[in-house]
Design a protein around this ligand. Structure first.
Ligand SMILES: [Zn+2]
Length: 279
């Protein structure tokens, strides 16, 4: 466990870049996306027990398989998620269970069961944890139920699968929606940015660069794909047109995700395809 701020600890997976979080105040705690491997979930629960912290809340930032694994380790906590967590077809429990079972090195000893949230919200909700106020804010686009956790007093924002230095925006739900989310983000809200799949940062220049980069990327992707579809370009032609859209994350590591983003956007903006493409 690594302490990032007086009220936020993170636990990192050895499977791939992945952080779980614990906001804590006055021995009350909220756990965010406990995962990934069973021994990591167990260690997180054990660490919390050893500190005598009471876990009041488990916050699930969205329903992708890697974010829904360890809620069962905190049976006394209420589970929080955005409303589309339970309505999105992407979160079909059987489908998520298949994805979990495909990941062989999780070390699970019990079958995966999709957690059932106790509390759902639409746009935003506040959660009191000790003296902290956590604000859950709907930020769709990567996933329809994606949320940020804001702790405004310290300017700490848990951005889950957005604003990372490692991954470009994975537009797995809807580009128009992600663009709206990106427009709503205000750089002034951020003193400490903590993504799930990337490096936490309190460097103001880095925070600004991440927000501006991902905003510019989504804007440029939408503009080029929309124009290409309007001009009657095929999917292959559209990929040609979009391949050199700039982004600051590793081109080598993000080539596949960028290609899928183009494919999904092409379909989203009305392009015709003969077989399923994209995310
Ligand atoms: Zn995700």
């Amino acid at each position: 466990m690594q302490q990032l701020t007086p009220n936020l600890w993170i636990n990192s997976s050895e499977l791939f870049t992945y952080h779980s979080g614990v906001f804590v105040s006055e021995k009350r705690a909220a756990v965010i996306d406990p995962g990934l491997k069973q021994n990591e979930i167990d260690a997180l629960a054990e660490f919390i027990r050893a500190q005598n912290w009471n876990v009041d809340a488990v916050i699930l930032t969205h329903g992708h398989w890697d974010h829904v694994l360890g809620a069962e380790a905190f049976p006394n906590a209420r589970i929080y998620a955005q409303r589309e967590f339970v309505t999105s077809s992407h979160n079909d429990p059987a489908r998520i269970a298949r994805e979990v079972e495909k990941t062989t090195d999780l070390g699970r000893t019990t079958p995966f069961v999709m957690p059932t949230p106790h509390e759902l919200f639409d746009e935003t909700m506040q959660l009191e944890i000790g003296a902290l106020t956590l604000e859950l804010v709907h930020t769709p686009g990567h996933a329809s139920d994606h949320l940020f956790v804001y702790e405004r007093a310290s300017g700490t924002v848990w951005t889950a699968d957005m604003l990372t230095d490692e991954e470009i925006p994975y537009v797995m739900e809807n580009l128009a929606r992600l663009e709206q989310t990106m427009q709503k983000i205000r750089v002034d809200d951020f003193q400490f940015l903590v993504p799930c799949h990337g490096t936490p940062t309190n460097d103001a220049n880095e925070i600004r660069a991440r927000i501006e980069n991902d905003r510019a990327y989504t804007l440029e992707l939408r503009g080029r794909v929309e124009n290409a579809v309007r001009a009657g370009n095929s999917l292959d032609e559209t990929k040609e047109i979009c391949l050199d859209i700039p982004y600051r994350q590793s081109v080598e590591k993000n080539r596949g995700a960028h290609r899928r983003n183009i494919e999904s956007a092409y379909v989203e903006f009305g392009g015709q395809v003969s077989e399923p493409v994209g995310w």
